[in-house]
Design a protein around this ligand. Structure first.
Ligand SMILES: [Zn+2]
Length: 203
């Protein structure tokens, strides 16, 4: 593949970054020619008005000076847009790698053109990228908020309650169940009070 645009390379659980540059240019790393035009890439979005591709490599090229790091370490180091792109790349690369064979009949799958879907040529089963919805809830009583802590938290660290939505469950049912399971209380007056407007920007 010899596409113009930006490229994001992942090796193992790390992505290649140019972390020494200004935060807004920290990621993705650079142009395809820098990496020998690797193939089998995913178009994951745009970066600075140009297409951005993600590709999994077995080892990082020797001729570039970027710093490999996990997506978790990118948080706070890269800008919100770059961090979101890194997360999207990581999830889509994982999805593609983990759906090379049909879950129904075992036939090697093919990626559908024009959408993120791995398709089975034998039985037609489609596998889409998995998302994992979660809820976070703040419990209020008068002017108090209920926070909790997990045994693996550092001393003195507390958080709002949170959990993953189970199959067939609404967000509201999930909140009620998680609160019951984690702190053993029943809540009333459940309501949404804020919505994310982009990554980590809750008003
Ligand atoms: Zn199949």
């Amino acid at each position: 593949m010899n596409e113009s645009g930006f490229w994001l390379l992942r090796c193992g659980n790390q992505v290649l970054t140019a972390i020494d540059h200004a935060p807004e240019s920290v990621f993705p790393y650079g142009q395809a020619a820098d990496f020998g035009n690797p193939g089998d890439a995913l178009l994951i979005g745009e970066w600075q008005g140009q297409p951005c591709f993600a590709v999994e490599v077995e080892r990082l090229p020797d001729n570039v000076s970027g710093e490999p790091m996990t997506v978790g370490r990118l948080y706070g180091r890269a800008g919100a847009e770059a961090f979101a792109l890194a997360g999207r790349a990581t999830q889509l690369l994982d999805w593609k790698k983990n759906h090379r064979y049909c879950g129904g009949c075992g036939t090697p799958t093919e990626m559908k053109s024009g959408e993120f879907a791995m398709s089975c040529p034998a039985c037609g089963l489609l596998a889409f990228p998995r998302i994992t919805p979660a809820v976070m809830v703040v419990i209020q009583r008068g002017d108090e908020l209920l926070l909790a802590r997990s045994p693996h938290f550092k001393p003195g660290v507390f958080s709002a309650l949170a959990g993953f939505v189970e199959a067939g469950e609404t967000l509201e049912q999930c909140v009620i169940r998680e609160v019951r399971e984690e702190v053993g209380i029943e809540i009333t007056n459940l309501r949404f009070f804020a919505a994310s407007r982009g990554l980590f920007q809750i008003p």
